[in-house]
Design a protein around this ligand. Structure first.
Ligand SMILES: Nc1ncnc2c1ncn2[C@@H]1O[C@H](COP(=O)(O)OP(=O)(O)OP(=O)(O)O)[C@@H](O)[C@H]1O
Ligand SMILES: [Mg+2]
Length: 361
């Protein structure tokens, strides 16, 4: 129990006939950067609001630091929430914004100054104390919002799409910045985003949500390399999905028949002949041209489309059975590659694919 900060057990939230969060259970370790990732409306904000106490679960239990939070009002919880719309006070100075929570709690002037100064060091905005919020850039405002929450020394910091309003470049910069801040203070961060790249860049652990349920929890590598559901395979990165029926299996391997295409795949769980299943193969796991004809899964195809993307080139190849696969090739050296219309082979070994039986847990 000692190293767990937040735990949800069987948490459900209904709004009338809408089930926003459906029997969700997970735990977050102390000092972890934990992300809730999923499309709009899947229930991310609702979970954060229940952890912070602004919303009450219909069913289930939320514990923080081993203590049941059911009867604790928000301001008595060891959490702080950073909203997407930062809710800073535009007419107050940066200093006053950061100090606000501590003043409300009646800390001494000298304690407040000490803590706020620590925050200025942390967010690297020394010298901005007397500026008004309206005189800051988007990224600077973002840092102030983080500082204003962290100055209260919460056990858990909850962040709801805090970078949503920033443009891509600044967003990427702030992702690294936030990660640094989190490492320095060691506070547990629960971070909500619908951006899979952002979650992958920042998190120790990611919970992928869909329709109120958690489909999978793991670190970025696990979720990318070993998606357990078709939704996760599609939502994180790009993939090729071969849907079909298991035609043979045993000894940790299976074959899935996909519209006349036999796809061999490693199977790390039980499947049955005749069961519906998908095989997910990431574009960069597929070999194209030279060397692909000796691989276990090897198919003839015709290049339909070539997109040069700098570090990689992306090929869309139409296979004999009429389906397209996407192949990504690293441009380690400058080569001419293949042109549309070229007849080539593509291939991959069975362990490069991931078998996803239908109705996976
Ligand atoms: N107060 C409420 N009353 C009724 N329905 C609500 C309420 N709050 C949320 N919902 C519904 O619950 C579901 C989950 O909403 P939630 O805000 O948690 O999604 P989200 O994952 O944060 O989405 P987004 O990425 O768009 O912010 C949605 O269908 C939403 O319409
Ligand atoms: Mg939301």
């Amino acid at each position: 129990m000692g190293d767990i900060d937040v735990e949800l057990r069987g948490v459900t939230k209904r709004f009338g006939s809408v089930t926003a969060v459906d029997n969700v259970s997970f735990h977050i370790k102390k000092g972890e950067f934990f992300s809730l990732l999923g499309p709009s409306g899947c229930g991310k904000t609702t979970i954060l609001r229940m952890v912070s106490g602004f919303e009450t679960p219909t069913e289930g239990v939320i514990e923080i630091g081993g203590e049941d939070m059911s009867r604790r009002v928000p301001f008595k919880r060891p959490t702080n929430l950073v909203f997407q719309h930062l809710a800073l006070f535009p007419h107050l100075t940066v200093y006053k914004n950061i100090a606000f929570g501590l003043e409300m709690k009646g800390f001494s002037k000298s304690e407040i100054r000490k803590r706020v100064d620590e925050m200025f060091d942390l967010i690297q905005l020394q010298g901005y104390a007397e500026r008004k919020i309206s005189q800051l850039s988007g990224g600077q405002k973002q840092r102030i919002a983080i500082a204003r929450a962290l100055v209260n020394h919460p056990t858990v910091l909850l962040l709801d799409e805090p970078l949503g309003a920033l443009d891509l470049k600044l967003r990427e910069q702030m992702q690294l910045e936030l990660k640094r801040i989190q490492r320095e203070v060691g506070t547990t961060f629960v971070y909500v985003t619908h951006d899979q790249k952002e979650a992958i860049t920042m998190s120790n652990s990611i919970a992928v949500m869909n329709n109120g349920i958690v489909e999978q929890i793991g670190d970025a590598g696990e979720i990318y390399e070993n998606p357990r559901t078709v939704f996760v395979a599609n939502f994180i990165g790009e993939t090729n999905l071969f849907d079909g029926t298991v035609s043979s299996n045993g000894n940790g391997a299976a074959t899935v028949d996909c519209a006349g295409l036999a796809v061999k795949v490693a199977a790390n769980g039980p499947v049955m002949d005749g069961q519906r299943a998908s095989v997910s193969v990431r574009p960069e796991k597929i070999r194209i041209g030279a060397g692909s004809d000796t691989l276990t899964n090897s198919y003839e195809g015709v290049v339909e489309d070539v997109v040069y993307q700098g570090s990689t080139t992306s090929y869309r190849v139409r296979l004999g059975n009429g389906r397209d696969v996407n192949v990504a090739v690293q441009n380690t050296e400058r080569s001419d590659g293949f042109s549309p219309g070229a007849a080539i082979k593509v291939g991959w070994e069975p362990e490069r694919g991931v078998l996803i039986p239908e109705h996976a847990p």
